[in-house]
Each structure stands twice: as C-alpha cells, then as structure tokens.
Design a protein around this ligand. Sequence first.
Ligand SMILES: Nc1ncnc2c1ncn2[C@@H]1O[C@H](COP(=O)(O)OP(=O)(O)O)[C@@H](O)[C@H]1O
Ligand SMILES: [Mg+2]
Length: 390
Amino acid sequence: MSTSILVASSDEHFREMVRENLLNVPNSRLVAEYPEVASNLYIRVLQDLERHPDCGLIIDLASDPAENLRVMEKVKQAAPHLYIIASNYSAEGELVIDALRSGANDFLTQPIRRLDFRDAIGRFEKAPKHAVSTQSRLGKVFTFIGTKGGVGTTTLAVNFASVLAQRKSNAVLLDLDWVANDACMQLGVQPQYTLLEVGENLARMDQALFEGFVARDSLGFFVVGPPDSLENQGYFTEPMFRDFANFLVEKYEAVVIDGGRRISDELVMSAMQVSTTVFLVVTQEFASVRNAQRYLAYLMRMGFNQDQIKIVINRYDKKASSDFASLDQIQQTLNQQVFYGIPSSPVVVRAINRARPFVGNREAAPDLDRAFRSFVDKATGAKKAVGETA
Ligand SMILES: Nc1ncnc2c1ncn2[C@@H]1O[C@H](COP(=O)(O)OP(=O)(O)O)[C@@H](O)[C@H]1O
Ligand SMILES: [Mg+2]
C-alpha cells in the first residue's frame, strides 16, 4: 500500500522539503500541493480526498499561526478522520497544544530533520485507518477553460448546467469570462444583478439573498456573471471569489463555471483550485492543441494533478483531414487520454441564435444530445463511461 500526502504551505521551500523527503520514503507520493493555507483549503482537501481517500495532510502553520490554526480547524471539521501533521518553527508547549486542539494528530518542528520526517510518516502509516468519507457533502465544481477563443467553452458550460438542472440537480452557472459575458447571451437572460453586487453583499450573503439577486434560467439553475458594460470591469476580487465559492459549494449541488480562456487570470485560477474537475476544451485545430499543451504545463507547475484536468474535444470529427489533429495526435501531444469528444452539429449555432441551450431540444440533434448527456454522465460519475470518444 502506498502512502499519499497532501501538503499546504505558502512557503515554497517547505513544500520542496516535503517533496524531497518523501522521495526517501518507500511507496509514498505527494498527491497535491496547496501553495496557500487559505480559508478555502477545506474545499480543496475534500475534493482531493474523494480521489485519494487515505491521504494525510501536512500543514505549515508558520506564516500566520493564529489564522492557519483556524484554517486547519475548518479542514478537520470538514474531514474529521483526516490525519493531519502540523508544523511550525517553535515547538513551545502552548503552540503544540493549540495545534492538537485544532485537529492535528502530530507535530513537526521546523527546520524539519530527515529522520523526524520519516518518523512522522511512519506514525501516520501505523495510525488506524478510518475510511475518510469519500462522498463529501460539498457541491461539485466543474470549470470549463477554452484553449482558444471560439472552441465552445461557453456552449459546453451552458449545456452542462442545463443537463444538471434537467436532472433536478440544484445548480449554479457562473460566468467568469469577464470580457465575453456570453453565458447569459446563450441563455437569453438579462440579469439585473451581477458579480459586482454579489461582491458588495458577500458579508450578508445567504441563499435567499443570492437567489433573489441572480437570474434563474427556465430550466431551474441560477446564473450569475460579470456586468455587461465593458467599461465597468468593477471590483470583484479574488478573496471575494473565494468567499463566494465557499458559499456556493456549501449550498448547491453543482457549480458550473465558464472560465473563458484566460487561464492565468486570478479569478479563473482560484476557480480551478476549488474545482472537482477542470475541462480543457480543445478542437482539432493545431493551434488549440498546442495551447492545451502550454495550459497543461502551466497547471502542473501550479500544483494541479493530472486527474483533476480532463481534455474535451469539441466539434470532434473522427474522419477529419490531415489539416486537423487526430485523437491519437492529441493524446500524444498532451500525454494524456482524451476524456470525451463532442460532435459538431449545425443545431448548436441555431440554438445559440435562439438563445436556448441545445439540450433543451432533444429531437433536433439526437446524436449530439446523446453524446453530450453521456459526457455529463461520465463527468459526474452518474453512469459508467459510455461512448467516450467514439
Ligand atoms: N459542438 C458544436 N457544433 C457546432 N458548432 C459549435 C459547437 N460548439 C460550439 N460551436 C460554435 O462555436 C461558436 C463559439 O462557441 P462558444 O461557446 O462561444 O466558444 P468560446 O466560449 O470557447 O469562445 C458558437 O457560436 C457555436 O456556433
Ligand atoms: Mg465564451
């Protein structure tokens, strides 16, 4: 059996030290690195626990012990059986006791010595294993990122939220593509309030206020996005987004995000960090595949793991000419399996012109509809994979 570790620290050297030390522990691996000990840490941990239920967490308290203890406490509340190793420069009695009270199972003094590290991992390995509940009560977050403009990012996000709503899932569609603001356009809704008002009212946000605020699509999901007027870029900051995301995953079953294509944008990065799954939307155009390669490399450098990121080919054509990349070429270039291929259909542009999602009209393009629904099945784990990229 292998030992899986998560590490949270704002100190790059600390994370590096953990990485290096784990190399000396047989059968151990680092499954996620969080570059911050932030208020949304528990969401990220819960999501990683779903993939790796027997993980332990190493958390560095040094940057801001009082605040980081609160963060750790929240993680422990969310995942009571998670084994936590806290770490700080001082091992003063008070500090260690506080860490244990806030949920730590063990404590490591910095700078961490190789032997101490190994011993701590040894204690974790010997600790009784509780099956950490893999079905968290938090909503799932699905973020769509385009590897080029016009690849269908908004179309996929809008229809994904629509299928979830048709299945009676309590869902929110969030548009973070500040410039395009296309999600509302594709749905034909003109919300009175936007993310700016959400930001202004975060302190008193609750479900009633939120639902009174945002637009509701006729299929039943809620939609919120940037203001339509381009000059009003406004003031919706990354810390605001984090609080808002915490609220959303606690209250809704699914949050679908149109992340546009600005992958290095602060808000988009923050959204990807709390995502159950990030879908990189590519087409068979070489320019899109090449960008996907750059995006993947960037995400790996930012501490994402490959199983969090799924490649979706939109407008997939198995018989495309050699001017376009084949499935094999895409998989080889990206060094990753393609998660799904969605076919092209003239019905999509017609649906957009009518400002209604194409999944609202199942007869118009049965093949597209079927493919898209099995994509949603696979993405949500509703059914076993069917169709795949066929
Ligand atoms: N599966 C598809 N089949 C046919 N046309 C599509 C498909 N997906 C997207 N499109 C077309 O591509 C255009 C761009 O889609 P959009 O979702 O706005 O892309 P993005 O958000 O990536 O810029 C849409 O106007 C639509 O007509
Ligand atoms: Mg778009």
